[in-house]
Design a binder for this molecule. Structure first.
Ligand SMILES: Cc1cc2nc3c(=O)[nH]c(=O)nc-3n(C[C@H](O)[C@H](O)[C@H](O)COP(=O)(O)OP(=O)(O)OC[C@H]3O[C@@H](n4cnc5c(N)ncnc54)[C@H](O)[C@@H]3O)c2cc1C
Length: 439
């Protein structure tokens, strides 16, 4: 009897902004027709789109209502899901090594496992880079995962309740949140916290009024906030933040974080109740030279423009964990917009690799940057085919465009009709729930 050919197995590790879209697309295209077996591996059970983490931290985003269950997504889109953390790679055997899965009390749920692949895609994202600054790990919260964002939210509510009963010191207020790093994450968090504190005030915590008693401080080593974005955008965001009484310290490098505050190289000390580190990213240390692969100083897997790794034609990497050339001598930036665009080319390239065809290069089309300033405003610059040159947008237009970024991600995962239903339920939910999560 003739042996039937086994369909190739594609293992995607990391179900984030890029990985979950890729698993969904490949599942619908190849898994459904049994042309490939698609397996997604993620350390978590549910997916939250990372650009929403600052809202999760402030409490304005209800993750439990909106996060996506990997198992359900897998069932609906013809791929399999395996929960577990990637801890190693055996390229000779074409297997990944997954750590044992433990419950909250440390008991084993699933034993350590080796999972074979024909094609492997690494999409494990990035984490905060503290550049070895003393005290960050012990005393600051790094806003790089849903767990960290939830932890920050709990500490925020605790600190607000505590501050409510503290005597106010003249000129000092009751509570200070110091945010280190005024890139998009830091700036968005500052505005979101101001809005959250206003809502909390209206729920009876009147002693943490953000206009008088809650101080929000942004510390940035560059001469201006949003240093990676056009100067006009950065100036507009600074104007909006100053209207919210957010204190901005630019040109200040943090040298130490302690329980009581933040020390700068200039000798200035900012006392803080809560400190958030949002200054820089790197791929996880566990990725460094994993399986003998080439990685850069940020632990990112070095790939070519087709997203294929430099040393192994069966391994691809994309999103934040990959160093992908931009064709102009640099690298594509670590942004959700990049990961989203890479999905289309990578899905096609995997099909091409299976068929033995040459792969296509990825070209990043920068449509600009949008920065959300909570319910107050948004600022952004549009580029590429949406405008000739660069177009500055602000206010309601920018807010609508920022909102549409998340909708694009939802649409890639759930299709048009389901996204409309999700949007409707989000609106209904907002009518009967407090605007801020109060626990
Ligand atoms: C607060 C914040 C705001 C942001 N705002 C914007 C924005 O407005 N616009 C924008 O373009 N970008 C924004 N970004 C950046 C954007 O979120 C990232 O560029 C994007 O999420 C990268 O996608 P990814 O798929 O590479 O990784 P991620 O989305 O980070 O997903 C990685 C996945 O891998 C899983 N994982 C990690 N390690 C392992 C392991 N060892 N084993 C198994 N699974 C693992 C994680 O659980 C996660 O599901 C923001 C980031 C943050 C933190």
């Amino acid at each position: 009897m003739a042996e039937t050919a086994r369909c190739p197995r594609i293992v995607i590790v990391g179900g984030g902004a890029g990985g979950l879209e890729l698993a969904t697309r490949l599942g619908d295209k190849l898994g459904k027709k049994n042309k490939a077996e698609v397996i997604l591996v993620d350390a978590q059970r549910t997916h939250i789109w990372k650009p929403l983490l600052h809202q999760l931290a402030a409490g304005s985003y209800d993750s439990h209502a909106e996060e996506i269950e990997y198992l359900a997504q897998a069932r609906w889109h013809h791929f399999r899901f395996r929960q577990g953390k990637l801890v190693g790679l055996d390229r000779t055997a074409c297997e990944i090594l997954i750590a044992p899965l433990l419950d909250s009390s440390g008991r084993e749920i699933i034993a350590a496992q080796r999972l074979a692949y024909d094609y492997l895609v690494l999409a494990v994202g990035s984490q905060t880079n503290d550049f070895g600054t003393p005290g960050v790990q012990e005393h600051a919260i790094c806003l790089d995962s849903p767990t960290a964002a939830r932890h920050f939210h709990e500490r925020l509510i605790d600190a607000c309740l505590r501050a409510q009963n503290l005597p106010v010191e003249a000129g000092k207020g009751r509570m200070t949140v110091a945010i280190i790093g005024a890139g998009a994450t830091g700036v968005e968090l500052a505005a979101e916290l101001h809005a959250a504190a206003h809502v909390l005030t209206s729920f009876g915590l009147e002693h943490i009024n953000p206009d008088t008693e809650l101080k929000i401080v942004l510390v940035e080593a560059s001469p201006r906030i949003l240093a990676a974005l056009p100067e006009r955008l950065s100036n507009a965001a600074a104007v909006e933040l100053r209207k919210l009484a957010v204190e901005i310290h630019s040109n200040e490098r943090v040298v130490e974080v302690s329980e009581s505050g933040v020390m700068m190289s200039s000798g200035k000390f900012i006392p803080s109740t809560l400190t958030v580190w949002a200054a820089g990213i790197k791929a996880a240390d566990g990725l460094h030279e994993i399986g003998g692969m080439e990685t850069n100083r940020l632990n990112q897997i070095v790939v070519d423009t087709t997203m294929r790794s430099s040393g192994d034609e069966r391994i691809f990497a994309f999103g934040d964990c990959a160093a992908c050339p931009n064709g102009a001598g640099g690298w594509v930036p670590a942004r959700a917009q990049v990961a989203h665009q890479q999905v289309g080319v990578l899905a096609a390239n995997i099909e091409r690799a299976i068929a033995g065809k040459p792969l296509k290069a990825f070209h990043f089309e920068d449509y600009g940057s949008l920065v959300s300033l909570a319910s107050y405003s948004s600022v952004g610059s549009l580029m590429g085919s949406l405008s000739k040159g660069s177009l500055f947008v602000e206010g309601q237009v920018a807010k609508l465009m920022y909102w549409s970024l998340h909708k694009q991600h939802q649409m890639a995962l759930s299709g048009f009709f389901r996204t409309m239903l999700i949007t409707l339920s989000e609106w209904l939910d907002r009518v009967h729930r407090p605007k801020i999560k109060l626990h």
